[in-house]
Write a protein that binds this ligand. Structure first.
Ligand SMILES: Nc1ncnc2c1ncn2[C@@H]1O[C@H](COP(=O)(O)OP(=O)(O)OP(=O)(O)O)[C@@H](O)[C@H]1O
Length: 197
């Protein structure tokens, strides 16, 4: 069974994925795999160069700054890039999931609802936190400017829209409470999916 784990920038998805991992749940990190495929899958590379120009790569390496600048200022380009990368990630995930030997797996993705990825999952967890707290976390983590962070936030759906599609919401403010929530959800998922195992 496939569990989607999503949330806006700085909400704490990766932190929460690591908590599930401690219980032995296999985790697929879609954003990391997307970056890897953008670097290694020739079909993806060719399509990106066609969309963004040769400058998207420098000496065969992804030009992250150039790409970020293009996609966060133009939603049409962002959607076009997603349409290139999303099918490649979906194929990669299909291969990955085949050899996982556990009652359920987690697919962690920043944009699970925005790109329809949630239609392939059996259960969806949404991580939320107040906007100012998220900005503060990302500022500390990435040394990014507030305007850069806000630009990235505005490229994602707001929480209210995501809540409608989530099966459960983790409000990730107090870490010890989050840990308790993760334990409860994990137990729930084991019970719920055991019979399909
Ligand atoms: N409950 C918490 N209390 C304190 N710090 C936290 C908490 N949850 C996450 N953090 C910190 O906030 C930062 C952002 O968390 P994390 O990287 O897990 O978010 P994310 O949702 O995966 O973000 P992104 O979409 O940008 O990758 C990290 O530095 C993390 O250690």
């Amino acid at each position: 069974m496939i569990v989607g784990l999503t949330g806006g920038i700085g909400s704490g998805k990766s932190t929460i994925a690591r908590l599930f991992e401690e219980y032995g749940v296999p985790i697929y990190i879609a954003d990391e795999r997307a970056k890897a495929l953008m670097q290694s899958d020739t079909r993806v590379i060719d399509a990106i160069k066609k969309l963004l120009g040769e400058s998207a790569y420098i000496d065969g390496n992804l030009n992250r700054e150039y790409i970020a600048d293009k996609i966060f200022t133009n939603s049409t380009t962002r959607n076009a890039l997603n349409e290139i990368v999303h099918p490649a990630v979906a194929r990669d995930f299909k291969q990955w999931v085949l050899i996982r030997d556990y009652i359920y797996v987690i697919k962690e993705a920043a944009i699970l609802f925005e790109n329809g990825g949630y239609k392939q999952t059996d259960f969806n967890i949404l991580v939320t936190a107040p906007r100012d707290l998220r900005i503060d976390r990302v500022r500390k983590r990435d040394n990014a400017s507030i305007s850069q962070i806000k630009q990235r936030m505005d490229a994602q759906w707001d929480d209210v829209k995501k809540m409608a599609l989530a099966d459960v919401i983790i409000e990730n403010i107090d870490f010890s409470k989050t840990k308790q929530e993760v334990y409860k959800i994990h137990q729930h998922l084991l019970r719920r999916f055991q019979e399909n195992w």
